[in-house]
Ligand binder design. Sequence first.
Ligand code: GLN
Length: 201
Amino acid sequence: MVDRPKLGVLALQGAFREHAEALRRLGADVIEVRLPVELIELDGLVIPGGESTTILRLARLYGLDDAIRSFSRPIFGTCAGMIVLDRAHLGLADLEVERNAYGRQLASFEAALELEGESDPFPGVFIRAPRISMVGQDVEVLAELDGAPVLLRDGRILVAAFHPELTDDGRVHERFLRLVADAVGNRHASTVPATRGSNGV
Ligand code: GLN
């Protein structure tokens, strides 16, 4: 049983330090990822907000685009990180995104979001946010703003159009940690021989 997940935050550009701090506050071991080899043995990866064109350009330069495509564990993309994961880019999240759809630099705002399954609103910080224009049928919408999805889950992939790392509210990162814990649990379960007890001991 792994109790402290080992997570990576893609540290090419953008708000990676804030994500690392948010995850550490929740008890994860976090490393900054700048090379493909650093993905080995991670239980999950965060792709932060920033500038998606820059993140993608640097990722290609270091061979991280292919390495992330082959990474089979949970991934959490926020804002630019969500763009990196969409159909038009790495193709790991089944959704289409319109960049800067809420406007340019001035179009930064905060909105109280209703998270699926929770009564307290979440402070959503939006900074030149992308707008999701199309989602695949297996994608689960976990929060919406003005009728557009802003927090979604596609299997092991979690994406947010906003910046949960810029608030003190850890609930969205907690959701990612639950995805990671489930994936780690399944991995252990699948390596337990069928003749053993169902609790794996
Ligand atoms: N506008 C940025 C982009 O298109 C995303 C903004 C953000 O990550 N805050 O990459």
